[in-house]
Design a protein. Structure first.
Length: 65
């Protein structure tokens, strides 16, 4: 017996929502990147993240000076 497609889709969406809500903030950011830029490879994402981190490190912290 097969179930109606709408029932299956609802269960899938509920499961996805539960999984997404259980992710850490860092994992959610990675997921957001993958959804917004599906054409980027994992290496390219890591490279972009490194560049952004390097740029952040270049900004002087007002609390250390």
């Amino acid at each position: 017996m097969s179930q109606p497609t709408t029932s299956i889709n609802t269960k899938l969406i509920d499961s996805l929502a539960q999984i997404i809500l259980s992710l850490s903030e860092e994992e959610r950011q990675i997921l957001t990147h993958k959804i917004q830029h599906p054409e980027l490879s994992e290496n390219e994402l890591k490279h972009r993240q490194k560049i952004l981190q390097d740029e952040i490190n270049l900004v002087p912290c007002p609390y250390t000076h």
